[in-house]
Design a binder for this molecule. Sequence first.
Ligand code: ATP
Ligand code: MG
Length: 336
Amino acid sequence: MDTVIEVKDLSKHFHGPKSTKAQKLSLNKQKSYKQKAIKGNVIRAVDNVSFHVEKGEIFGLLGPNGAGKTTTIRMLTGVLEPTAGKIAILGRDFLKNKIMIQQLIGNVPEMANAYLDLTGLQNLELMGELYGVKKTERSQRAEYLLKKFEIFDNRNLKAKKYSKGMKQRLLLCMALMSKPKVLFLDEPTSGLDVQSSIIIKNLIREYNKTGMTIVLTTHNMDVANELCDRIGIINKGKLVGLDTPENMLRLKREYLALDVCFENKDINNKEMSNLPYVKKISKIGKNYRIIVSSLNDGLRDIVDYAKSNDLKIDKINTYEPHLQDVFLQIINEGGV
Ligand SMILES: Nc1ncnc2c1ncn2[C@@H]1O[C@H](COP(=O)(O)OP(=O)(O)OP(=O)(O)O)[C@@H](O)[C@H]1O
Ligand SMILES: [Mg+2]
């Protein structure tokens, strides 16, 4: 497989709010200002991150608000200069071949906007022109994309009149006008209704099937799980997990759990926690989530315990781990 993106020891530091003018002036007098600023008052938005993305992959950067996802994407698309580290895209050093590589990538940034006084169609035509697509091909491609993204009927409406979902679809069309080899999407479905979200997810899959490599960010586990071949979990600027969603779930052995509802009374948590195959108990609504080391043995323990304590089991279900559990564990404990 070809590696399309190679990120090595990538960092981005911002100066924090305490870097006041007075502080800067006083530090400016010293030659080592830059070093001192970085040592002192610094936000490590991205901190020594390394990963690669293979051709044809959908790679997701998943993390909570402020984790460093947008900052990473901004560096990968040339909007921000890294503080340190290397980026190679399509086999070339990005920083040395920025303009050339930017012609080969598509980008839908987090806070992107179309030209609001232009219609949807005009926005696409303009994009095509900027990327040097021939006039006849430009119109054909624009029409094709507008139909595909279900905004063709609104093609002559100014972008300022588009709803959020329509605007996001238009932005995707704009990014696709140049037929990019790699597409970067920062929170592609954030804040969208179900219908727009489904259209976008389906089309991300469809374009990926044509061989397009896609890097997206999301703080939504379901989006990551549904779309991504591999996920990098980022928290406080650091990459704290990197694997396929399936492997991440497999690693979550701890989440062999049973959800049990007792009919007649509450249980004695402490006694039950002491059963041989029971690891942890927590109450979720009326149910108890009982983490066990083996489903069979744990179930037997619980049924035996219920019998000998005159407890009636109303319902019992095995609990399948969700990516959310993995995500929370990684975020809270700093690793799988
Ligand atoms: N231009 C900037 N100047 C100073 N700090 C910044 C700047 N851009 C981002 N940061 C800080 O860097 C950190 C990472 O921000 P970033 O926008 O990359 O997070 P994110 O993972 O995209 O979050 P979200 O899910 O909210 O979009 C945050 O602490 C943020 O405040
Ligand atoms: Mg962001």
